[in-house]
Design a binder for this molecule. Structure first.
Ligand SMILES: Nc1ncnc2c1ncn2[C@@H]1O[C@H](COP(=O)(O)OP(=O)(O)O)[C@@H](O)[C@H]1O
Ligand SMILES: [Mg+2]
Length: 253
């Protein structure tokens, strides 16, 4: 039996070589980590939900003209994507103060920011993904100034799209993180949204009650994480329909 090649195993996903050159398969694990992997757990069903939710957001972005790496979902836990060269940055967009920003500036969590703010962390687990100014990014060559300008404008467009979709289902998009990749098209390089968009990488609060529906539920022990993600998936109409069918063959992956 042929065995596919594992390219990389990260905290939340495994990346395999795809069937065609220039493609990869993302396998969504149930592993949850927080605080730079100091806190770990296996959360039953998380991978299935994130695979679905990321598919939903990526196809939605493509539909409004924002390019992504997503090609198609393969099964409950896997999706086929274009292989990209990841820009080593976490691109963070914030609409309301929360998390590290609230802490750094002494702001109350949930305070609306004067406008959406885009910030960058250098993607390096051993350093704890430190916040870096654009000046560093250009100087160290992690991205060119031209790429940075494009990344900021993409990030703000993603923010408009995601905020709108979430608002439509009674959820406030507090902040989120995306990763950007480079792909070659003929002689041109262009940037696409890569990695995943899911409640692992967003802060989502119920507009009415303020209830947290994202990974903070795990970080701060606020309840059942799968229930929170299921609520998001239900509201968006993207709940997996065939999780348990007792009399049918079961997907092993
Ligand atoms: N289309 C892609 N091509 C190549 N690498 C990708 C692509 N999308 C995401 N990645 C990378 O694959 C890894 C996904 O696994 P993940 O568990 O999230 O890793 P990490 O622990 O580094 O966050 C990340 O390092 C991410 O940057
Ligand atoms: Mg990751």
């Amino acid at each position: 039996m042929a065995r596919r090649n594992k390219i990389y195993e990260g905290k939340a996903k495994i990346i395999y070589e795809g069937p065609e050159p220039g493609t990869i398969v993302q396998y969504f694990k149930d592993d949850a980590t927080a605080f730079n992997a100091e806190k770990k757990a296996v959360i039953e069903g998380k991978g299935v939900l994130n695979n679905r939710l990321s598919e939903f957001f990526m196809t939605g972005l493509q539909a409004v003209g924002i390019p992504t790496h997503f090609i198609k979902r393969l099964n409950m836990r896997e999706q086929l994507c274009r292989q990209v060269e990841i820009v080593p940055l976490e691109v963070i967009v914030r609409n309301y103060a929360a998390g590290s920003m609230a802490k750094r500036l002494g702001l109350e969590e949930g305070m609306q920011l004067p406008r959406p703010i885009v910030e960058f962390s250098y993607k390096d687990d051993s350093l704890g993904d430190p916040l870096v100014p654009e000046e560093y990014i250009a100087a160290f060559g992690w991205a060119t100034q031209q790429e940075l300008d494009e990344i900021v404008s993409m990030a703000l467009r993603v923010n408009d799209f995601l905020s709108g979709v979430m608002h439509g289902v009674g959820i406030r998009l507090i902040d989120f993180k995306i990763e950007i990749g480079r792909v070659w098209e003929n002689d041109f390089q262009r940037l696409v949204v890569a990695d995943e968009i899911s409640p692992d990488s967003c802060r989502l609060w119920d507009i009415e009650t303020g209830q947290k529906l994202d990974k903070d539920v795990f970080r701060r022990d606020l309840g059942n994480l799968t229930d929170a993600y299921t609520e998001v998936a239900k509201r968006l109409g993207v709940l997996p329909s065939n999780v348990t069918h007792p009399n049918k063959p079961t997907l092993i992956n």
